[in-house]
Design a protein around this ligand. Structure first.
Ligand SMILES: [Zn+2]
Length: 174
């Protein structure tokens, strides 16, 4: 099946009334922010989005998407491939009131100046939120083993081996 591009923007209320589903791709070239925050976006994103109205007649967008990016391991500085997979449920913000009424399980998304939802931005934002704060290989794949680590939290053993100052005092008193 040929992959279609998902539309850049949609009217979320109309899409929800028609219970539309969008399935397709976002081209690499459209994910510039993600490309800047990583070492590169390796392929098109695969995206599926469903629009519907919930019991409260709120527009709800359920989505799933995945893409592969390159990240730099903060332990060994090598580049590695990271599969970014996201799943989200969101509702557009029409007014301050709709923002307050929205159930907590929905992420809130803003509409553009034409009252449309920017689907590329929505999915790209979700990918960016999913990126690890500190990119690192799995330990088994990393060329630097954790006992050589020189930054971040000290491994527990090191902390425990440090003499307790009270023990030192005890020894002095003896
Ligand atoms: Zn590494």
């Amino acid at each position: 099946m040929q992959k279609v591009k998902i539309p850049r923007t949609v009217d979320p209320a109309k899409s929800a009334q028609k219970r539309l589903d969008y399935q397709g791709i976002i081209q690499v070239s459209l994910m510039k922010r993600l490309a800047e925050l990583t070492e590169g976006v390796k392929r098109n994103a695969e995206v599926s989005l469903s629009f519907e109205l919930d019991e409260q007649r709120l527009v709800v967008i359920s989505g799933k998407a995945n893409v592969e990016v390159d990240l730099e391991c903060q332990r060994c500085n090598e580049i590695f491939a990271h599969l970014c997979e996201v799943e989200f449920t969101c509702t557009p913000v029409y007014s301050e009131k709709s923002e307050q009424d929205a159930p907590e399980e929905y992420d809130l998304v803003d509409l553009n100046e034409y009252g449309e939802l920017d689907l590329i931005k929505l999915v790209e934002d979700e990918f960016i939120l999913e990126l690890p704060q500190i990119a690192m290989h799995d330990e088994s794949e990393c060329s630097v083993k954790s006992n050589n680590m020189v930054f971040g939290d000290l491994p527990k053993e090191v902390l425990e081996e440090k003499p307790n100052p009270f023990d030192v005092l005890k020894n002095l008193k003896r």
